[in-house]
Ligand binder design. Structure first.
Ligand code: ATP
Length: 457
């Protein structure tokens, strides 16, 4: 009997493992539910995504600065922020199979009974939903006890609110301004899953933008649109992207409005990034809780107010997964099928593959020399001399390398190389002396090619 065709997500998971993007964590011990490690290409992909986000939110603007705050803060922070009391998801138990599920995501959950069904379909009765707090508790210091309890942060945002005065005073900033942070967050998710889409440990990219209350609505719209456009700028299919405003009953305890950038995943539409209006909730609560007045005071006008906050919050791992899924194509060529990741060149883990045509006549040495020059220019390269040249191109296509440079006899005699472009597979002869400028130009002018239907779609 023919083997069933793997689902699109299975294809992505297996590519990730085979090519060293993502591995199961603690694999040799049987893993630990829905937890992942990132291999060499995965690390590079995350680094690119992080950098692109930081460029869009911080570097390209004059009104946003960065911060790196501690993961474990004074536990009072989480009481005052409302997370101890309110950072929870509704949970139901199945009385038959004893499975626990998130009540508002039942359609995404699988019952542990085989054949796997949706919760409640195994004839088991589901309990009434009750609140399950998502924060991980830990103990700080050598003595365990109620006085040593602390929490792993479930969002990076609070570290920003705690440093509002420090950053504003050190930078002599005046609203509107933003403070951005990228770092790990931890949530004891009831039902993690869909590969790295929802995990218990993940990297968040958040920015708190502090504005005069009168400008709140306008800045909220600005950030919603800016973040939506950012995904398009990096090549994500606009047909699979949408902005969706939250209904009142979906809002987090601190928000009065929220718009999500959503993507159509193989498992349905899901949040990619949320843009929340947090009002003055956090600064007000921390002012009361700490006794420190977290306000802006204008020395000229003597005006004093608590800024309102707009927060774009995305997950770096979820963005990386989205770039992978969106870039993947199986292209039907004349003789065979080509697997290719059409990453934006600034997102691709490797920028240039460098190959000697054959392993002789001084070509490997010349290729190594060219590769070294590109590396020194901070381009991510990969040197490969194994196998037929066509197969080397295909190996790079599969991990999304936008350019391959081949050194042949003409390189040694005429100082030219062949540049092969991933998307069109076209080859161009370029002078070695012009190579760097050529590649940089091609990166700047890159456009996502017309899409063919992805595998399994
Ligand atoms: P959900 O409703 O899906 O649980 P959320 O609305 O609680 O998500 P936010 O608090 O807005 O999520 O977090 C901001 C971003 O962080 C999300 O848009 C997502 O990209 C990422 N994120 C949140 N939770 C996880 C997780 N468990 N694993 C991976 N990324 C996550």
């Amino acid at each position: 009997m023919a083997k069933p065709k793997p689902s699109f997500m299975d294809t992505i998971v297996s590519l990730c493992k085979r090519r060293g993007f993502v591995f199961q964590a603690s694999e040799i011990y049987g893993g630990i539910g829905n937890t992942y490690d990132y291999g060499p290409l995965g690390v590079e992909l995350l680094r690119r995504v992080r950098e692109a986000w930081w460029n869009g939110v911080v570097v390209e603007r004059s009104d946003v600065v960065g911060l790196d705050s501690a993961i474990i803060q004074n536990p009072k922070v989480w009481e005052v922020s409302g997370h101890v009391g309110g950072f929870s998801d509704p949970m139901v138990d199945c009385k038959k199979c004893k499975g626990r599920f998130r009540a508002d995501k039942l359609e995404d959950a699988k019952c542990p009974e085989k054949p796997s069904k949706q919760p409640g379909q195994c004839d088991g009765e589901l309990t009434e939903p009750r609140s399950f707090n998502l924060m991980f508790k830990t103990n700080v210091g050598p003595v365990e006890g109620s006085g040593s309890v602390a929490y792993l942060r479930p969002e990076t945002a609070q570290g920003i609110f705690l440093n509002f005065l420090n950053v504003m005073n050190a930078g002599r900033l005046k609203p509107p301004f933003g403070i951005a942070q990228i770092g790990k967050s931890f949530r004891n998710e009831i039902t993690p899953g869909n590969f790295v889409f929802r995990t218990r440990e993940f990297e968040q990219a958040e920015m708190e933008f502090f504005v005069p209350p009168a400008d709140y609505a306008q800045w909220f719209d600005h950030w919603k649109n800016a973040r939506y456009e950012w995904y398009k700028q990096y090549g994500i299919d606009p047909a699979k992207l949408r902005l969706r405003d939250h209904e009142e009953d979906e809002l987090a305890h601190y928000a009065d409005r929220c718009g999500d950038v959503e993507y159509e995943y193989p498992f349905g539409w899901g949040e990619l990034e949320g843009i929340a209006g947090r009002t003055d909730y956090d600064l007000k609560h921390h002012s009361e809780g700490s006794g420190t007045d977290l306000v802006y005071f204008d020395p000229q006008t003597k005006e004093k107010y608590t800024p309102f906050v707009i927060e774009p919050a995305g997950g770096i791992n979820r963005m990386a997964l989205t770039f992978l899924i969106d870039a993947y194509e199986e292209e039907q060529l004349e003789k065979d099928t080509r697997v290719v990741l059409h990453f934006h060149p600034e997102i691709a883990p490797i920028t240039v593959g460098v190959f000697p045509l054959v392993k002789k006549d001084g070509m490997p040495e010349k290729a190594r020399e060219i590769e070294g020059e590109l590396r020194r220019a901070r381009m991510a390269t990969f040197y490969d001399e194994k196998g037929a040249i066509g197969r080397r191109y295909r190996r790079q296509d599969e991990v999304g390398t936008p350019f391959c440079v081949t050194v042949d006899g003409d390189t040694l005699s005429d100082g030219v190389v062949t540049v092969r472009e991933r998307d069109s597979m076209e080859q161009t002869t370029v002078k070695v002396a012009d190579l760097r400028a050529y590649l940089e130009g091609a990166m700047r002018t890159w456009k996502r090619p017309e899409r063919v239907a992805p595998a399994g779609a």
